[in-house]
Design a protein around this ligand. Structure first.
Ligand code: AMP
Length: 218
């Protein structure tokens, strides 16, 4: 792929999108645009956008399309995304979002990676995931910080996200099946979807994503 790199990553919650996107963003110097991170910072900062989103997020529901689309369009209009492209993590999640991304003039997505992981694996990962409230670093019950439960990087409290609790997890996975998985067929018909198996070794998954990026000609 030539610059600007314009990539979106699809995958169930817990598939490893965040980890893989951080690696790819660093390697290719593309802005990592995670809608979940944008929303969580807005909630923490108490902005109006955050206040509108928080009740949906806590239940494991999707934030309404018009709220999230506006925020993403604004983010993608910033210089770094216009010049270098973007690596979208957690967006699009509905057909309306995918259509909005398509109509973002001159910024249409060139490659969609479907990071595929079996549901029983993501369930196990999500229920054991713990996250630093300060810097967002991720741990798990089997891989805790050195001093439980304070982050090794920033000393912040490491907690379970409200939306990683069992009721919210089932809701989020059901919504993924209903609203997000149809995008796999939609992008596949456009000929820009590559599926990468996401349950194996992290480095192998990364190298398969890198191969997919290199396979795109334009
Ligand atoms: P994530 O960290 O990507 O799982 O996102 C956490 C939560 O933020 C989701 O459960 C939704 O409530 C909300 N969210 C993130 N991205 C989107 C999106 N593209 N559309 C709607 N809601 C979103």
């Amino acid at each position: 792929m030539n610059k600007p790199f314009r990539i979106a990553m699809l995958g169930k919650q817990g598939a490893g999108k965040g980890t893989q996107c951080s690696r790819i963003s660093e390697q290719f110097q593309i802005p990592h645009v995670s809608t979940g991170d944008m929303l969580r910072s807005a909630v923490k900062a108490g902005t109006e956008f955050g206040l509108r989103a928080s009740e949906f997020m806590e239940r494991g529901d999707l934030v309404p399309d018009e709220v999230i689309i506006g925020a993403v369009v604004e983010r993608l209009s910033q210089d770094d995304a216009v010049n270098s492209g973007y690596l979208l993590d957690g967006f699009p999640r509905t057909l309306a979002q995918a259509k909005a991304l398509d109509s973002a003039i001159d910024q249409a997505v060139k490659l969609v990676i479907n990071l595929e992981v079996a549901t029983d694996v993501v369930l196990e990962r999500l229920s054991s995931r713990r996250v630093c409230e300060g810097c967002g670093r991720t741990y798990s019950v089997s891989n805790p910080p050195t001093s439980p439960w304070h982050c090794d990087t920033c000393g912040g409290d490491v907690v379970q996200r409200a939306d990683d609790k069992p009721e919210a997890i089932s809701r989020r996975l059901a919504l993924y099946d209903e609203l997000t998985s149809p995008l796999i067929g939609w992008y596949s018909e456009k000929g820009i979807l590559v599926t990468v198996e996401g349950s194996g070794d992290l480095d192998i998954v990364t190298s398969n994503i890198v191969k997919a990026i290199h396979s795109v000609e334009a």
